[in-house]
Design a protein around this ligand. Structure first.
Ligand SMILES: Cc1cc2nc3c(=O)[nH]c(=O)nc-3n(C[C@H](O)[C@H](O)[C@H](O)COP(=O)(O)O)c2cc1C
Length: 213
């Protein structure tokens, strides 16, 4: 069956970015195994998403029927990005770690797609578990690329990893709970470590492209 696949790239490097290479590997393999899939590309680094503004916030928290024309206009891009997500069966997001977190270009995208009554709801009567994701039947593959290493559970820099848990939380909150997370570590440590990390990720990405249903 044909699938709609949204590829999100976030590296500021356009040439030689490992994260970009891995989304390319996924797409290439996927096109061989399921040629009827439909791909959409969202490159938040090459085509930056504007930050949300005061008017954006006012509009997002005004009920749909009461929004002025100007308010509707300020949510136009957010509406486009959310529609794109709603049409997607699988999100393949590849991002570098920048300063122990995600690139600000990707954060700007996330701020546009987390929207009350569109991608999530809040139930104040269950304060310990208030969020309900509104996206249904979607999966995501997160390819998280780092120059350093030691970010795994129990490792020396575990406390510095503000990338993995943040992205998992964001996806879970909007209702995408079926996540595969691939971490690619030590890319800037040595050529040997970089090659070995890339080769391992390459195999995992190829397998995921073959097995996604
Ligand atoms: C601005 C910047 C900040 C970075 N911060 C970190 C960091 O906090 N931790 C880390 O392990 N690597 C860090 N790196 C290294 C990148 O994560 C690494 O080079 C990765 O390969 C970049 O992904 P790309 O090849 O897809 O561009 C940083 C790189 C840049 C350019």
């Amino acid at each position: 069956m044909s699938k709609n696949i949204l590829i999100i790239n976030a590296s500021a490097r356009i040439k030689n970015a490992t994260s970009r290479k891995l989304t390319y590997v996924f797409e290439k393999r996927r096109k061989q195994v399921n040629p009827t899939d439909y791909f959409v590309h969202r490159d938040v680094a090459q085509y930056p998403i504007p930050h949300i503004s005061e008017q954006w916030i006012e509009s997002a928290f005004t009920s749909k029927k009461d929004r002025t024309k100007a308010q509707q206009e300020s949510l136009k891009l957010s509406d486009i990005l959310i529609t794109e997500l709603k049409r997607t069966d699988l999100v393949v997001l590849a991002t570098p770690m920048y300063n122990w977190s995600i690139p600000s270009a990707l954060k700007a995208y996330i701020d546009q797609i987390l929207r009350m009554n569109e991608t999530l709801k809040i139930n104040p009567s269950t304060p310990k578990n208030p969020y309900k994701g509104l996206l249904k039947n979607k999966k995501a593959i997160l390819i998280l690329v780092r120059g350093g290493k030691g970010y795994s559970k129990g490792d020396f820099y575990e406390h510095m990893d503000f990338q993995t848990q943040y992205l998992k939380t964001v996806f879970n909150i909007i209702g995408i709970e079926d996540l595969k997370v691939i971490t690619v570590n030590g890319l800037d440590i040595s050529t040997k470590e970089s090659k070995s990390a890339y080769n391992e990720a390459y195999k995992i990405v190829q397998n995921l492209a073959e097995s996604f249903v």
